[in-house]
Design a protein around this ligand. Structure first.
Ligand code: ADP
Ligand code: ADP
Length: 218
């Protein structure tokens, strides 16, 4: 069954110099439990598409739903990893990972346990009490992945998650993400410039055309 359904989705940004059409007529279904990758040249609307999935942007035309309800209504049911880890430097790793929970309610012992087992799964449990600045970029990105999963979202969104890392760290993290996905079978959508990365991680790869973005191959 489809978790996400996009039907003739279009998006234009209003700017001072006129409208910029970022996406045009995107039809896409994301199946429950699949790992989908989206590749395409810079500016084709990949980030825009992911932001719409995250409920961070609204679309201009077409239908977009998750669990059959309009996208945006369930933005808390999404976990997102950005190119930069964007951890809060004054909090330790455990507190950072728990943020999606503590921003909403008081964390329970079970929440703490969930966060700690995610850190363990990502191989960084010994850094739980450290500040982000004490960790390498790759370790910080592992923590960001834990943070995106801690509130058990239905959908994990990855926006060029390893684009800022060196090639070796990137390869290691790809292996880690692949292992985590095989353990959890969390529905995931990855944006990347790297076709090898897309092919390695995803079950299905979608190619978008240059502006305005539309799906040209699957
Ligand atoms: P990438 O190619 O890595 O996805 P971009 O450099 O295209 O990233 O965009 C980075 C950020 O800047 C995105 O959040 C995007 O929404 C925003 N952005 C891109 N182009 C414009 C623009 N013309 N005006 C305002 N914001 C923009
Ligand atoms: P990609 O992630 O594939 O690089 P983006 O989704 O960032 O593509 O951008 C798609 C198009 O929309 C680009 O032409 C970009 O300049 C434009 N764009 C993105 N964000 C904004 C924004 N906030 N305001 C205006 N234009 C934007």
């Amino acid at each position: 069954t489809a978790l996400v359904e996009l039907d003739g989705l279009s998006k234009s940004y209003r700017t001072r110099t006129g409208d910029v059409l970022a996406l045009s007529g995107v039809d896409l279904q994301v199946e429950e439990g699949e790992f989908l990758a989206i590749v395409g040249p810079s500016g084709c609307g990949k980030t825009t598409l992911l932001k719409i999935l995250a409920g961070l942007e609204t679309h201009s035309e077409g239908g977009a739903s998750m669990h059959g309800a309009p996208l945006g209504d369930q933005s808390s049911d999404v976990g997102m990893v950005f190119q930069k880890a964007t951890l809060l430097p004054w909090m330790d790793i455990l507190a950072n990972v728990m943020l999606p929970i503590t921003l909403r309610r008081r964390a329970s012992k079970a929440d703490r346990q969930t966060a700690l087992s995610l850190l363990e799964m990502a191989g960084i449990e010994e850094f739980a009490g450290k500040r982000p600045g004490e960790l390498s970029g790759g370790m910080q990105q592992r923590a960001a992945i834990c943070r995106a999963l801690v509130h058990e979202p239905s959908l994990l969104l990855l926006d060029e998650p390893f684009g800022a890392l060196d090639a070796m760290t990137r390869d290691t993290l790809n292996v880690e993400v692949n292992r985590i996905w095989r353990e959890t079978h969390k529905t995931a959508v990855l944006i990347t410039h790297s076709i090898p990365e897309a092919v390695f991680l995803a079950e299905r790869v979608i190619v978008m055309s240059p502006r305005p973005g539309r799906i040209i191959d699957e």
